[in-house]
Design a protein around this ligand. Structure first.
Ligand code: FPP
Length: 275
């Protein structure tokens, strides 16, 4: 049961947003492309890494709010396979921020029953980063609350390639099964998790940037102008409100009964023409 009093301070603007949320119709999985750290820093005349550091506070606030909303899954895109093209110092700083975040937040994650998983080719990272990720993964394995995924050294295309390689290898060792959409889902990094219902990208960019390409087939997208370091729980609540105003049709029609009526009248019209 969601404790509404923990979602926002009484009398705060966040509380007004929370009151408008339909808590029975929350997205199960929210995925976020955290973007705009560099621009946030540049606007303040600071080096880019200051933007990343400020972004960690946004991560903390968002994780806390998502867990209190009892979302099933929150996925954050922290570092893509393409991000290796950035200056070495920036990559180093990002890896250190990730390690520091995990070290500092692990007790809070455990306390709140949050299960952590890295998504991506994370085992190829520096051993110190792998160790930090493994520690958090192991320590939260039995947690039964929200699933927190952090995509690191991640690429949606690589994820599909990795899944295909594993399927082929299982076939070669006699463990092959029918290959259908359900099978593919079981071989992805997100096996067993619901696909994202809502995908948010900050900083005004409207791109998918190689993120959860298979899983976002029917996600609702929300491109918000806020730069990631300024993102707070109210922005998450606003995005969920926007999501709840949308109609998800999954390729079907919105009101089949109205459609049946118009089909019947078309049939009647055709029949009268024949007469
Ligand atoms: C994109 O902004 C952001 C990233 C590539 C990294 C995101 C990392 C963090 C928020 C901090 C560490 C993460 C965790 C989970 C603790 P950008 O640099 O591309 O911004 P720009 O488009 O304005 O240049």
């Amino acid at each position: 049961m969601i404790d509404v009093s923990r979602l926002a301070e009484a009398g705060s603007p966040e509380e007004l947003l929370v009151r408008r949320l339909d808590l029975e119709r929350l997205p199960r999985h929210v995925a976020i492309i955290m973007d705009g750290n560099g621009r946030w820093a540049r606007a303040r005349g600071l080096p880019r890494v200051h933007g990343h550091r400020a972004g960690v506070e946004a991560v903390r606030d968002t994780v806390e709010a998502a867990a209190r909303l009892e979302l099933d899954v929150l996925t954050l895109y922290a570092f893509s396979v393409e991000n290796w093209k950035r200056p070495r110092y920036e990559v180093w700083a990002l890896m250190n921020l990730l390690k520091e975040y995990l070290r500092r937040e692990l007790p809070t994650l455990i306390e709140n029953g949050i299960r952590f998983s890295p998504l991506g080719r994370w085992r190829e990272l520096d051993p110190s980063v792998v160790a930090a990720l493994e520690t958090a993964l192991d320590a939260t394995r039995d947690c039964s609350g929200m699933q927190l995924n952090i995509a690191v050294n991640y690429s949606g295309r690589c994820e599909i390639v990795d899944a295909c390689r594993q399927i082929v290898s299982d076939w070669a060792s006699g463990k092959g099964t029918d290959i259908d959409e359900e099978t593919m889902g079981r071989y992805l990094y997100t096996a067993g998790q619901a696909d994202p219902d809502l995908m948010i990208r900050t900083s005004g960019e409207s791109r998918i940037s190689n993120f959860m390409l298979w899983q976002c087939a029917y996600s609702e997208f929300d491109f918000v102008d806020t730069l990631w370091p300024d993102f707070r729980r109210r922005h998450l609540y606003e995005a969920i409100l926007d999501y709840q105003r949308r109609e998800r049709r999954y390729g079907a029609v919105s009101d089949p009964s109205r459609d049946r009526e118009s089909e019947a009248s078309a049939r009647a019209e055709r029949a009268s023409e024949v007469d």
